[in-house]
Write a protein that binds this ligand. Structure first.
Ligand code: FEO
Length: 401
C-alpha cells in the first residue's frame, strides 16, 4: 500500500513534505509504536535556489523524490541542510543526491559530515556550519543553532529569520500520525500523549540537554511564529506550548494525581498487594495507570516509559527470579533509571524461598537518585501486616515532595 504523503505550502514558498510511516512497528527497532510516526522534510524555494531541509527514512526514498518533483525539479536543489544524521531523516539522502546529480551542497555540522560519510559512503559537496552561522539562501536568512544531544551530538536547528520559522528536527516532535498538519486545539489534546512517549523513549536519556537547549534558544531572543519539527505536528497556533511541554517533561514536573503501578506476577501471588495499592491510591484521590506483567500480558516498555515520565510516583511490584529481579522488570528498571526523572517509589516484592528482587530494585532506583519510600518484601502472598505497610507507603508517596 502506498504511504500517505502530505505536501503543502505552509508558509510563503516554504513546503512541508510529510510521509506517514504506517509500516514501522518498532521505532529505532526498539520502541513499540502502534500509533506510528511521520517524517517531515521541508523545502524552501526562492531567488533561483532550492533548499531541502532533511529527508525521510530510506524506505520512502523514491516517494520523497516523487514528492519533491511535485514542487521543483530535484536537479535544481542547491542545498540540503541535514539537521541530524539519524537515518529516519537522512536515509533517503543518497537517493536524493543521486537524482540531483550531486549538484547540491550538503550543509551540516562537522560531526554530521563524518557520520553521513560513514553511514552512506558518499562524498557530496559538504558545507560545514557551526553554531551562530547565518546563511543567505533562497532569499532567506538562515541562522544555524547547534543543539547538541537533541537528539545526537551533531544536531542543529535552522531559524528562518524572514519567516520566523524554527526548524527543530527531533525536538518538539512526537510519535503518531496526527490528523492535521498544524496544532489545532482538539488534535493537540490527542497528540500530547504521543509526544510524552516519544520524549521518554528517544530523548529521555538526554533530558538535561532539553533544558539547556530550550534556554539557549530563548536566550537568542528569536521571534518564533512557527515551529516545524521533523516528526508530527507543525506548531503555528501556539508554538510556545510545545516548548513549555518539553521543558516540563525534562524537568520532571509531574501530574500530581498520577501514580504509575507496575506489577509483575508469575502466578498471581502479587494480586492482593497490588489491588490494595491501587485501592489506596484511588481512596486518596489519585489516578492509577496500571501495567501488569503476567502469563497473559507483557505490556510494551515504550508505553510504560511514556507514562512514567510525568507520573507523581511509581509503585513497583516484582517477584524474585533466579536470585534477581523478574527479567522484564529488571530491564524496565534499568530503562527507568536512565530515561525518567527521579521521583518517589514504593517497592514491593514476593518470593518463594529467598527474597532478593525488591532489595535489588531498591538499590538500583535508590542509587540513581529515586526516593525509595519503603521496601516491602514477603514470602508468598501479602500478610495483613504487609497490606498495612503498603497502605502507609502509598500515603507517604502522596506526601513526598
Ligand atoms: Fe528522528 Fe533522532 O531521529
Amino acid at each position: 500500500m502506498a504511504p500517505r504523503i502530505l505536501s503543502q505550502e505552509v508558509a510563503r514558498e516554504f513546503y512541508l513534505l510529510r510521509v506517514d510511516d504506517e509500516k514501522v512497528n518498532y521505532f529505532e527497532a526498539l520502541w513499540s509504536i502502534p500509533e506510528k510516526v511521520t517524517y517531515n522534510a521541508y523545502l524552501l524555494v526562492g531567488n533561483g535556489e532550492v533548499v531541502l531541509f532533511d529527508c525521510w527514512k530510506n524506505t520512502y526514498a523514491d516517494e520523497l523524490v516523487e514528492t519533491i518533483k511535485g514542487i521543483v525539479d530535484p536537479r535544481d536543489i542547491t542545498h540540503i541542510i541535514v539537521h541530524h544524521a539519524e537515518p529516519d531523516h537522512s536515509g533517503s539522502l543518497p537517493r536524493v543526491l543521486e537524482v540531483n546529480g550531486f549538484r547540491a551542497e550538503v550543509v551540516t555540522y562537522s560531526m554530521g559530515k563524518s557520520i553521513l560519510e560513514a553511514f552512506y559512503k558518499i562524498s557530496p559537496k559538504f558545507r560545514i556550519v557551526k553554531d551562530g552561522d547565518e546563511l543567505a539562501l533562497a532569499g532567506e536568512n538562515i541562522k544555524i543553532i547547534h543543539t547538541p544531544w537533541l537528539h545526537w551530538p551533531e544536531t542543529i536547528m535552522s531559524y528562518l529569520s524572514g519567516r520566523k520559522i524554527l526548524l527543530s528536527c527531533d525536538a518538539f516532535g512526537g510519535y503518531s500520525i496526527p490528523r492535521t498538519i498544524f496544532d489545532d486545539e482538539e488534535v493537540v489534546r490527542e497528540y500530547l500523549p504521543s509526544v510524552r512517549k516519544y520524549v521518554a523513549t528517544v530523548i529521555g536519556f538526554y533530558r538535561q540537554h532539553i533544558i539547556r537547549n530550550v534556554e539557549k534558544i530563548q536566550s537568542l531572543g528569536l521571534s518564533i511564529d512557527m515551529i516545524a519539527p521533523a516528526h508530527g505536528l507543525i506548531w503555528k497556533r501556539r508554538p510556545q506550548l510545545i516548548v513549555d511541554y518539553y521543558r516540563a517533561l525534562a524537568e520532571g514536573r509531574p501530574d500530581e494525581y498520577k501514580i504509575l503501578v507496575i506489577s509483575g506476577s508469575m502466578y498471581g501471588l502479587m494480586e492482593a498487594a497490588t489491588r490494595v495499592a491501587v485501592e489506596e491510591v484511588e481512596r486518596l484521590g489519585g489516578r492509577v495507570v496500571f501495567y501488569r506483567f503476567d502469563d497473559s500480558e507483557q505490556p510494551p516498555f515504550s508505553d510504560i516509559l511514556g507514562d512514567a515520565i510525568d507520573s507523581k510516583a511509581i509503585i513497583l511490584a516484582t517477584p524474585t527470579y533466579e536470585v534477581g529481579i523478574y527479567p522484564p522488570l529488571d530491564q524496565l528498571v534499568e530503562l527507568i533509571t536512565k530515561k525518567i526523572p527521579q521521583k518517589p517509589v514504593l517497592v514491593v516484592g514476593s518470593y518463594g524461598w529467598a527474597g532478593v528482587a525488591a532489595k535489588k530494585v531498591s538499590e538500583k532506583l535508590g542509587g540513581s537518585g529515586f526516593k525509595v519510600i519503603d521496601v516491602i518484601e514477603f514470602q508468598g502472598s501479602a500478610s495483613e501486616k504487609n497490606i498495612q505497610r503498603i497502605r502507609e507507603g502509598v500515603k507517604k508517596l502522596f506526601e513526598s515532595p
